[in-house]
Design a protein. Structure first.
Length: 292
């Protein structure tokens, strides 16, 4: 009798273990469990952890809630300005309603993929080439809105959509390269012309200033001579203008007056009928200035 009782208890325990093993389900942290009882949606979505179902009656389907990265195959189309392009993109989405993702659509991944391809072709037809190349942020937002509108009913939300690459024909690439080169050449010519204009204005102002002050022109000439003579690798032939001689003569006379301020001690000026001595003195002054 005791043996029969022990056998019954062991059989019951074994049956309980078998039942528990067939009824136990473990849902991971990034998953949710949707339970169907006899084909009908039963209860709430099961949370992560250890869960029990009725064997042979309930069926649990696990849904991943992680963000899915889905590449969109390259789509070929004609833009609004009649340019043939190939555009590929990538879609980031996730499931927010596991029950709707299982019940409302047969395969939500395939549905999102097809909707993304259709929306991408539609965006290509509505956009111009310049928008595809330089205004992608706006196109990404429009593409995200087009995919997200029907995906809400599937329990899926679109996190973001990015256009990856735009492939152009070789002829169009060469045309764009020529356009960019011509634009840069135009800007270079405009900058060069503006620099010439500004330089001419400065030179005109400098010439006017030197015309008002003849001595400034002579000083500039002496500076140029000193700069050329500093190299010591060429022979310098310097024509001496009459204005320079007069400038040096005037400076010599002012220096003599400063050395003898009193009228009684001032030496008599050189006679006017000997201009050769004055020229020789001017040449000596010029030679000493160049050597310094």
């Amino acid at each position: 009798m005791v043996e029969e009782l022990i056998g019954a208890v062991a059989a019951a325990a074994a049956g309980g273990l078998v039942y528990l093993a067939s009824a136990a389900r473990v849902v991971k942290q990034y998953e949710r469990g949707v339970v169907f009882r006899l084909g009908r949606l039963h209860g709430e979505v099961r949370r992560p952890g250890f869960n029990l179902i009725v064997p042979a009656v309930d069926r649990m389907r696990k849904v991943n809630l992680q963000i899915v990265t889905m590449p969109v195959p390259a789509q070929e189309g004609i833009t609004r300005d009649n340019v043939t392009v190939r555009v590929d993109a990538v879609v980031y989405f996730k499931v927010v309603d596991p029950a709707a993702a299982v019940v409302n659509v047969e395969d939500y991944r395939f549905a999102v993929s097809q909707m993304a391809q259709t929306s991408l072709r539609s965006i290509i037809g509505k956009s111009e080439l310049d928008d595809l190349l330089s205004n992608r942020e706006k196109l990404n937002q429009g593409l995200e809105l087009m995919i997200d509108s029907p995906a809400v009913e599937w329990g899926v939300t679109i996190d973001r959509v990015e256009i990856k690459d735009v492939s152009l024909p070789d002829t169009m690439k060469r045309s764009m390269a020529r356009q960019a080169e011509a634009d840069r050449e135009r800007r270079a010519r405009v900058i060069n012309a503006d620099a010439e204009y500004q330089a001419s204005k400065k030179l005109s102002q400098a010439a006017q200033q030197m015309a008002d002050t003849p001595s400034a022109l002579q000083l500039r000439l002496l500076q140029t001579v000193m700069a050329v003579a500093a190299e010591k690798n060429s022979t310098l032939v310097l024509p001496i203008p009459v204005e320079l001689l007069r400038f040096l003569e005037r400076g010599h006379q002012e220096g003599a007056e400063g050395a003898h301020p009193e009228e009684g001690d001032r030496p008599a000026p050189a006679p006017a009928d000997h201009p050769v001595d004055t020229a020789e003195q001017a040449i000596d002054e010029l030679r000493r200035a160049v050597e310094q």
